[in-house]
Structure formats: structure tokens, C-alpha cells
Write a protein that binds this ligand. Structure first.
Ligand code: GDP
Length: 303
């Protein structure tokens, strides 16, 4: 049975993945920014397959405040993980990118082949370029060394085990926490920006299924976008979350906070050409499950 190594094993994606013979790494096991530590770890574990989820990730404000860290940490982690995988002969690496990699000014919908066709949005360009390089490194290693390194591009993820820190989390977990705390404290529910931008969301349980399928079955070389292609405005997301917590207090839009990119609709044509009958969890169901989980685990969630 293949031995699967999952980097970022305690993060939102990593903790959702289940395989029989698998090792989940956290930053406590190895600092993947450190080249020698990474090589040593891969030499001792000698995995057959790697699912590379580890990254320095965060929401729009954190990306703008810590540009150097986002660039450096991600470039180092990615370079080290792919090179270590090549050195120990890993048979397949599946790396997670993000839709942030796509150009800011580009015809919609986003498709896999448009990744490098223009500069990314300035709010997250260091992270975006570092992630783009995962695609470049995978392609270069495939062409020079014949490495079977692939990548997937999920849209905005959400679900249990997310990071609920208000400074550096993404919109769904941030709003779940803010709404819940507004409800219990009888205070306003504060949303960043105008509420007008659109995003596509994918539930982490769908990601787990799609990742397992892709690792075993995907025979293409290029990246694959994971999305239902359904756009939801931040306003609609706010309403769904408010309904889950039966919140009927005041909702405030803090327009001093950034909106980031207005929309980034992406195509699931390629995904559905591989898995035509995949059934996505609706945003209402996924958010309801996540809110329930959050409420139960409130004292111990990452925040
Ligand atoms: P993005 O998809 O990379 O832009 O990252 P985010 O998930 O951080 O933000 C998506 C959208 O949600 C942006 O338009 C934010 O302004 C908006 N948003 C509204 N409230 C919040 C919040 O409390 N936290 C975050 N991170 N975003 C918020």
C-alpha cells in the first residue's frame, strides 16, 4: 500500500483528508522553510505520494500587511517540498494552489490555462507568485526529470477545523465567528468592506473527495480547478450565516476594510470532464454544518 505524506496535515485541508497509510505533518514536526530539515524528513519517511497542503495562508488584510513573509515562506516551503520529493523518488505530488494565482485583468471565467497570463491582484501578489511557482516547478520537473507532479486550485474553502482568527482568516470562518460572538454578546455583526464582492466557496468535505479522486485517477498534466462555479456575494454569505445562528441584530459594513478583488468566477468545465456526476454540497448545508461544529467547539477552535 502506498505511503502518503500530507504536509499541512493539521490545517483545514490536511485535517479533512483520510487515507489508510498516511503521515500527516504539522509545523511542529518540521519547518518546511528549512531546506536541510525538509530533506532529512523526506529521506527518513520516503513517502510514495505527497499531498502538499502546507503554506502560509491568510485573508486579504494579512496578505497586505505581511507581503515579505507570504512570499518568502511560501517560496521556501514549495521549493523544498518539491525538490525533496524529487530526491527521494516520490511517485506523485499533488500540490494545492489557490485562485489568487490568476491574473487580475483577464476574461472570465478563469480556466486552468490562464494562470500566467497577467499580473495577479496587488492585494495578494506575493502569495500568488509563490503559488504560481509551484505550477512552474512541477512542470519543469516533469519535463526534465519525468516527475509526476500535479496541482489543484480550490476556490474559497470553508469547513470544520478552519482558522477562525479574525486578523488572518478567510471570509467564511471570520464571519461565522463574528456572527456567533455578536449573537452571544448582543453586539453588532461587523462585516469588512461593502459586502458586494463575489466569491465561489467549496466545502472541505467536497475537497477531501475530489483530492482522493485526483490523487488516484487524474491523468492530465496541467492544474485542475475545484469549484462548483456558483458565485455568492459576501452579502448572501452574511445572510446564510445570520440565519444559521438566528441572528437578528445589527449588521455593520466596515468600509474602511478592503474588498480585495471584486469577483473571480472560475470554470469547472475541466473538472466535470473528469468527474461528470460529482455532487457539490450546497453552501447552505456546508455553512450550517460548519456553524454547528463551531458552536460546539467554540472554546477550542483555532482562533
Ligand atoms: P480573498 O478571497 O483572497 O479576497 O480573501 P478573503 O476570504 O479574506 O476575503 C473575501 C472577501 O470577503 C473580501 O471582499 C473581504 O472584504 C470580505 N470580507 C468581509 N468580512 C470579512 C472578514 O471578516 N474577514 C475577511 N478575511 N474577509 C471579509
Amino acid at each position: 500500500m502506498s505511503k502518503i505524506l500530507i504536509t499541512g496535515g493539521t490545517g483545514l485541508v490536511g485535517s479533512s483528508l483520510e487515507f489508510d497509510n498516511c503521515v500527516k505533518l504539522s509545523s511542529k514536526d518540521c519547518d518546511l522553510r528549512d531546506t536541510q530539515q525538509t530533506y532529512k524528513l523526506f529521506e527518513s519517511l520516503k513517502p510514495d505520494k505527497v499531498i502538499h497542503c502546507a503554506a502560509k495562508v491568510g485573508g486579504v488584510l494579512s496578505n497586505m500587511a505581511y507581503k515579505g513573509d507570504y512570499y518568502h515562506d511560501n517560496i521556501m516551503i514549495n521549493t523544498n517540498v518539491l525538490e525533496a520529493s524529487r530526491r527521494v523518488g516520490v511517485k506523485r505530488v499533488l500540490s494545492f494552489l489557490s485562485t489568487c494565482v490568476f491574473p487580475k485583468d483577464i476574461d472570465y471565467p478563469l480556466t486552468e490555462d490562464k494562470m500566467h497570463d497577467g499580473a495577479p491582484h496587488e492585494a495578494h501578489y506575493p502569495y500568488a507568485y509563490a503559488k504560481r511557482m509551484l505550477d512552474i516547478q512541477s512542470r519543469a520537473y516533469r519535463e526534465q526529470y519525468g516527475c509526476d507532479f500535479i496541482s489543484v486550485i480550490p476556490v474559497n474553502l470553508y469547513g470544520p477545523n478552519d482558522n477562525f482568527n479574525l486578523e488572518n482568516s478567510h471570509v467564511a470562518p471570520a464571519l461565522i465567528r463574528k456572527c456567533y460572538e455578536a449573537k452571544i454578546n448582543n453586539t453588532p455583526f461587523v462585516v469588512w468592506g461593502t459586502g458586494k464582492p463575489y466569491r465561489e466557496f467549496i466545502y472541505i468535505k467536497d475537497i477531501a473527495k475530489l483530492t482522493a479522486w485526483t490523487l488516484e485517477n487524474y491523468q492530465d498534466k496541467g492544474p485542475l480547478i475545484f469549484t462548483s462555479s456558483i458565485e455568492t456575494s459576501i452579502n448572501e454569505l452574511v445572510e446564510i450565516i445570520a440565519k444559521c445562528f438566528s441572528f437578528d441584530g445589527k449588521i455593520v459594513f466596515d468600509k474602511s476594510m478592503p474588498d480585495g478583488q471584486y469577483r473571480k468566477p472560475s470554470s469547472n468545465k475541466k473538472l466535470l470532464s473528469h468527474i461528470p456526476d460529482f455532487e457539490f454540497t450546497s453552501l447552505e448545508d456546508g455553512i450550517a454544518e460548519t456553524c454547528e461544529w463551531f458552536q460546539k467547539k467554540y472554546e477550542t477552535v483555532r482562533k
